[in-house]
Write a protein that binds this ligand. Sequence first.
Ligand code: AHG
Ligand code: MN
Ligand code: MN
Length: 308
Amino acid sequence: MEQKKSLNFFLRQKNVAPEIRSLLSNIARSVKYINFSLRAGHTGTCGTENFSGESQLKLDVLADKIIATELERSDLVSIIASEERESVEKFSSSRAKFVVAYDPLDGSSLVDSDLAIGSIFGIWAGDELIGRTGNEMEAAAYAVYGPRVVLVIAIRDRGVHEFELNDVGEFILTQSDFQLEKTSKYFAPGNLRATAINKKYKTLVDNWIAEKRTLRYSGGMVPDLHHILKKNQGIFTYPGCEKHPNGKLRLAFECAPFGFIFAEAGGLALDQTGKKILDLKIEKPHQRTTIFIGSTDEVKSAVNFLKK
Ligand code: AHG
Ligand code: MN
Ligand code: MN
């Protein structure tokens, strides 16, 4: 029988530095607690809004607290930045050496209808987030809370790997070394309302339909991008529109971590102007960016088509 590999065992085998392993185990624990809160039904609204003016669920606030507590407890984190916090927060620890930016709960609007949601984490060395790029990240991770709970971790030069939460609360390796193909039959077109004005975006999507490609779109970035990794192919798009030229998704909490994960898996993430997401400088924590991410050739040709 094949040996079951726990998260820590696998990361040790991959020669991942002890401090990153330790930080990732705190992140894994926070994912477990968020999953408990979700299953326990802490899902109603809060009556409050976050910094971006989006109404908050109890679970948005709880997930943010759970993650912040675990990161502080790790004793390894100098600064956190969260989608649910206006500004970055500093922790004081003499061992602190990482910055973590996170989206505690991605897909909040899908919670009431019981669709899959997620959490996203980006990890940098040092004690500064502003001025950094996705290229400088050490690791990134996301969790999917679906019928099953999985944690996907990318570590610089050590690939992208998936772990599933088992019935006794351990994360066990389910797939290692994700690799994306260059082309794809799947498409996940975000912000379709932009097609009302942007006729090129409309033509791009119409072409995919005419080519009889397969639509896979849930409205949650985490499950939509997880689908692409699991099928080894696909493209997810979130262009801007007149009112929001930089789209909706945030660079530090969503796009840079996924840009890093997809690059480690041989994929690509560009913004609408053709710049690599990983090259974009974080100028403020809640900065937004457009994103085209997935199979390399599909991403390049979609962005080129829109620029033509
Ligand atoms: P969040 O719940 O963290 O605010 O993010 C939701 C995001 C993302 O998951 C998804 O791809 C996108 O919002 C969909 O946005 P719209 O349907 O509003 O265009
Ligand atoms: Mn989000
Ligand atoms: Mn969120």
